[in-house]
Design a protein around this ligand. Structure first.
Ligand code: G6P
Ligand code: MG
Length: 218
């Protein structure tokens, strides 16, 4: 039986994936790297430094900068991102999510966070949702990012649950791959084709309800 939910944050709980994309787009433009939707999709769920590497690769600039320069660019992106977060509040919570979290709590499901973002505590705090999550995987302690199973496996372990007792919720292809590889049930939120590997697909967070999940699993 399902006892817990392991959540991604950006693009699942809040609209922050838009801010991440905006900040990366700005940096890519500064680096002379063309921005497109496919690149934006590939960056979802990917750590800060790995995202920078993907942007440099897309522009054929993999060897153009020193490690120190890359770190400075990553910091610049994060400063832009933090500036975009500044006025964010509970209105950035995606449709249906507040009700879904309250319903999960009411039904005694355990919730953990498996976000690759080092800003996730700040984001949850600003959204007023921090109390829902009894545990959070600290992405700074991971050996491998999504699509590796490590982050979602840890998301179950910190709840003292087995993977098969957990449902993972993601909006990124790399995230769904991570959930599946960890042996959990995957819910993909967003484009059906991009997230075809998910066990359950919803096109919008609005559809994320216990009734819909039970129906999909039946
Ligand atoms: C999440 C987002 C990515 C972001 C990553 C790292 O996975 O989907 O867009 O790059 O976190 O976020 P951070 O806040 O640590 O730079
Ligand atoms: Mg995401």
């Amino acid at each position: 039986a399902i006892k817990g939910f392991v959540f991604d944050l950006d693009g699942v709980i809040a609209d922050t994936s838009v801010y991440h994309a905006q900040a990366w787009h700005q940096l890519a433009t500064e680096l002379g790297v063309a921005w497109n939707d496919e690149l934006a999709d590939d960056l979802k769920g990917v750590s800060r430094m790995d995202s920078l590497e993907l942007i440099l690769k897309a522009g054929g600039k993999t060897d153009a900068y020193t490690q120190a320069e890359k770190e400075a660019y990553a910091t610049k992106k994060n400063d832009n991102y933090l500036a975009l977060l500044k006025n964010m509040d509970a209105s950035a919570i995606l449709p249906g999510i507040a009700d879904f979290l309250a319903d999960l709590k009411k039904h005694d499901y355990q919730l953990s966070l498996a976000s690759a973002s080092k800003n996730s505590p700040l984001v949850l705090e600003q959204l007023g949702l921090a109390d829902y999550f009894s545990a959070r995987v600290d992405p700074a302690t991971l050996k491998h990012g999504k699509p590796d199973p490590e982050i979602f496996a840890r998301g179950a372990a910190i709840l003292n649950l087995r993977p098969d007792e957990c449902i993972g919720v993601e909006d990124a292809k790399a995230g769904v791959q991570s959930i599946n590889a960890a042996g959990e049930t995957s819910i993909g939120i967003g484009d059906l084709q991009t997230l075809a590997a998910a066990d359950i697909n919803f096109t919008s967070t609005k559809d994320l309800t216990l009734a819909n999940i039970e129906q999909a699993l039946a």
